[in-house]
Design a binder for this molecule. Structure first.
Ligand SMILES: Nc1ncnc2c1ncn2[C@@H]1O[C@H](COP(=O)(O)OP(=O)(O)OP(=O)(O)O)[C@@H](O)[C@H]1O
Ligand SMILES: [Mg+2]
Length: 439
């Protein structure tokens, strides 16, 4: 260990005198610094202080009120990976020690602890933990998105939001009004939802959101109830604001009045998504047609952007403009690589030519592969909307229900397992194509 490194130690014991004695012992050593004030008196406090102060070493008592040392060790090992926990027990208790080891403890001290033993053990576990510290330091030096995600992960743990989901954030967007964004977002969310897939559908069309209408939901609360207190959102609050559709789908609706959208800061929407995403496997976001600050924030937070267009000249033109922006925007970067392109209201061979452009020509013009084509199906889709049930929940045998289901499957394949080569090909194809188009 090099001379300048300071080992930061957190002391956990329910007896204040014990903490104080340990603190005094450690004060003699110039390479050791005690963090977290007078230490933690309970297991719960230990986890809180460990998250806050990120100690290198935690001296952990076993028997404590509220939460025992073993449980706290498990919590700290999971949440603060750079912290090495040293268990302090009254006499060697084999049963406890085994449990403590399984919980992630690195070493043991028997009380009363001699000063030499204490110093040696602290320096030993600190040295042994060097590879983990290096790994975490490298991760935090990675692009901002990763550190932001890690910071959010800490907040999530503190407020008790579950982290059980894969957290794929998929935003659905079109630069053309009425292209079918809400139709696709609601059906996609519904199709992805199955017993083992947790899906949250968010209406970020803040002025004229209509997800509630599409799903026939009556909501008492809406997204603004969360964004205005975003730093205080916890699981309980989230549960009280989300509405559950008859199918079990969780929905966060838009405000009932357009003017309420002005009170919602795009940054807070982004933060909210970051905060809740990990509790779901998929967060599907319905977006307005606008191109503004919120649009960019949503593109930035998204893992994938489902870009929707109808096969018409004006729609293709607007799509080209958006692809161009996404390609050349420097901040946030790499947006173009997130795009998955979907054509909606595609007509059959018989009706071709009536103002609609064939898919092959669109792909050729945009140099953008098409993930899925959803056929025109006025009656089926309107009936479903009138009933407040997504079409995929009613009929996946016939078009366009079948195609909407296939879109969900294709998206799943994209986010869950496309080989690196395939990803490379798709993005490279798009890139070189756009270069050709826009010089
Ligand atoms: N494949 C389709 N076939 C027929 N009708 C469709 C199809 N997709 C959507 N529609 C209809 O088109 C209309 C607009 O769809 P939707 O509201 O989903 O679009 P949007 O892009 O969300 O619009 P907005 O810009 O208002 O948010 C709706 O009446 C819907 O029923
Ligand atoms: Mg819409």
């Amino acid at each position: 260990m090099s001379g300048e490194e300071i080992i930061r130690v957190l002391i956990v014991d329910d007896i204040p005198d014990t903490r104080e004695n340990l603190r005094k012992l450690l004060a003699f050593e110039s390479d050791i610094e005690v963090v977290g004030g007078s230490g933690a008196g309970t297991g719960r406090e230990a986890i809180e202080l460990a998250i806050k102060h990120k100690p290198d070493v935690v001296l952990m008592d076993i028997n404590m009120p509220d939460m025992d040392g073993i449980t706290a060790t498990k919590g700290i090992s999971e949440k603060v990976r750079t912290a090495a926990v040293v268990i302090m027990s009254v006499q060697s208790e084999p049963g406890y020690l085994r449990q403590a080891m399984l919980a992630g403890a690195r070493d043991f001290l028997t009380k009363p602890v001699s000063s030499d033993e204490l110093y040696q053990t602290i320096r030993r576990v600190y040295d042994r933990n060097a590879p983990i510290r290096q790994q975490m330091a490298q991760m935090s030096a990675m692009p901002a998105a990763n550190t932001a995600r890690a910071a959010v992960a800490d907040i999530r743990q503190e407020v008790g939001l579950s982290a059980a989901g894969a957290g794929h954030v998929i935003v659905v967007y079109s630069p053309q009004a009425g292209a079918g964004v809400t139709t696709i977002a609601t059906n996609l969310a519904s199709a992805l939802m199955s017993q083992d897939t947790r899906v949250l559908l968010m209406d970020c069309n803040l002025q004229f959101g209509d997800v509630d209408t599409f799903l026939n939901l009556q909501a008492q609360s809406n997204i603004s109830d969360l964004t205005k207190v975003v730093s205080d959102v916890d699981q309980e609050m989230l549960n009280s604001v989300l509405v559950t559709h008859g199918s079990g789908l969780k929905v966060l609706v838009a405000p009932p009045h357009p003017e309420q959208a002005y009170d919602i800061a795009p940054e807070d929407v982004k933060e909210l998504i970051n905060l809740v995403a990990g509790s779901y496997d998929f967060v599907i976001v319905d977006m307005p047609t606008l191109y503004d600050d919120l649009t960019l924030k949503l593109f930035d937070v998204a893992e994938r952007i489902l870009l929707v267009a109808t096969p018409t000249i004006p729609a293709i033109r607007n799509t080209r403009k958006i692809l161009d922006i996404l390609e050349y925007m420097e901040e946030p970067a790499d947006l173009k690589e997130k795009v998955l392109f979907v054509l909606n209201r595609v007509v059959g061979e018989r009706d071709k030519g009536r103002g609609t452009v064939p898919t092959a020509s669109i792909v050729n013009a945009l140099k953008q592969p098409v993930l899925a084509e959803i056929p025109l199906g006025e009656r089926a889709i309107l009936t479903a909307v009138n009933q407040g049930v997504p079409l995929v929940a009613k009929d996946t045998k016939n078009s366009p229900g079948r195609d909407l289901l296939n879109l969900a499957l294709a998206l799943r394949r994209e986010v869950e397992g496309l080989s690196a080569d395939e990803v490379e090909n798709t993005t490279e194809q798009g890139r070189s194509g756009l270069r050709a188009l826009f010089g």
